[in-house]
Write a protein that binds this ligand. Structure first.
Ligand code: FES
Ligand code: FE2
Length: 375
């Protein structure tokens, strides 16, 4: 009997082998299906806080004016709507009156959200502005919600700010000119459910050794990494095999906080990947990769190469997912000298855990650049 491809008790090497035969809709279905038989959140050490920052919720095109949608992120039920003024707004989903979920059947009234149960109307701060059948609004619901969910629109995405205390954004969302440039293609999107931790996923890029054992690269890549406050960047030079022989490729990665990251590929084919990765629950992360390329290239004679590059990036993510779906989060991981700067990554990442502020090493992280080359 074939081993189940969506079961955590199937060995990664067996899953990778089965994956090499999956294509099209079957591959898409595998990426989204729940991984069965995985150990509990507690056993996997995943009951840790969520890091704060800006995170993607929906594509801008997925929320029209007057539309209301339910969302679930950060272990909370949420509601998002777009007012008549075109602005998107987000609140906790449960109505303060009798607890209806406003994401199912809620309506937009002007710029406010109307609950489907008794038509109480909320503004974007969670203040009840109107109760159509009451003479006075109870004072408890005239106050804004303690947890605010600011929304911003960037790169054809609706981004929202997550902080465990619901406090105001500490930095701005980053915009990429290519994403709204008419010379660049519409997004090509690949989507996954990852049954693991967002921190383990983010660590992957600095985990130099896994490239050989998980992705089968011939050698460990050269890299240059820089870290500065909430930002980090990486440049990797890699020889890439193409139908036209070996090409020098360059991969530039950047992230601003834990929820916004991008990768630019040059060499084979100009490509911008806007990576949209948002935690849903402690062991469940939604990942959407949005690729855009210059239209001339995506539709021109290099189109085949450009598509091959996208397929290869997604294949690497598939391979990593197999590990992440089964992985534990180890706060005191043992790192060896060939591992790449995992310890530094963890110190950088720690700044986004409000709940852990004051624990551990308090010396501020200075801007630093790290390089490794065979040269
Ligand atoms: S439960 Fe929302 S208005 Fe009554
Ligand atoms: Fe990887």
């Amino acid at each position: 009997m074939a081993e189940p491809i969506n079961d955590a008790r199937t060995a990664p090497v067996a899953v990778w082998q089965m994956l090499s035969g999956l294509k099209g809709d079957a591959l898409k279905a595998w990426r989204l299906a729940e991984t069965q038989g995985r150990a509990s959140v507690a056993e996997r050490g995943l009951d840790i806080p969520y890091p704060f920052g800006w995170y993607p919720a929906l594509l801008s095109s997925e929320l029209a004016i007057g539309e209301v949608k339910p969302l679930r992120y950060f272990g909370r039920d949420l509601v998002i709507w777009r007012g008549e003024d075109g602005q998107a707004r987000m609140l906790d989903a449960y109505c303060k009156h009798l607890g209806a979920h406003m994401g199912y059947g809620g309506k937009v009234d002007g710029n406010n959200l109307e609950c489907p149960f008794h038509a109480w109307r909320y503004d974007e701060t969670g203040v009840v502005r109107e109760i159509p059948y009451a003479k006075t609004i109870p004072p408890q619901v005239k106050r804004p919600c303690a947890h605010q969910w600011p929304v911003a629109e960037a790169n054809r995405w609706l981004m929202f700010w997550y902080h465990p205390d619901g406090t105001a954004p500490q930095w701005e969302v980053q915009h990429f000119a290519e994403t709204t440039d008419p010379e660049w293609s519409e997004y090509e999107i690949s989507e996954w459910n990852v049954w693991g931790s967002i921190q383990n996923m983010a660590e992957n890029g600095v985990d130099v050794a896994h490239f050989k054992y998980v992705h089968g690269t011939a050698s460990f890549p050269d890299y240059k990494l820089s870290w500065d406050g909430i930002r980090r960047e990486a440049a990797v030079d890699a020889k890439m095999g193409t139908p036209r022989g070996e090409v020098d490729g360059r991969i530039a990665f950047g992230s601003t906080g834990p929820g916004q990251s991008w990768t630019r590929f040059t060499g084979i084919s100009e490509t911008l990947l806007v990576a949209c990765i948002t935690p849903i629950d402690k062991d469940h992360v939604q990942a959407r990769f949005c690729f855009t390329q210059p239209k001339l290239q995506a539709e021109g004679e290099g189109a085949g190469l450009a598509r091959a590059l996208i397929r290869d990036i997604c294949k690497q993510f598939d391979q990593d997912k197999v590990i992440w779906d089964r992985q534990r989060y180890l706060p005191d991981a043992v790192i060896c000298d060939g591992d790449g700067p995992i310890a530094h990554f963890r110190r950088y990442y720690r700044q986004f855990y409000a709940e852990w502020a004051g624990d551990g090493d308090a010396t501020p992280l200075r801007p630093v650049t790290m390089e490794r080359s065979r040269g």
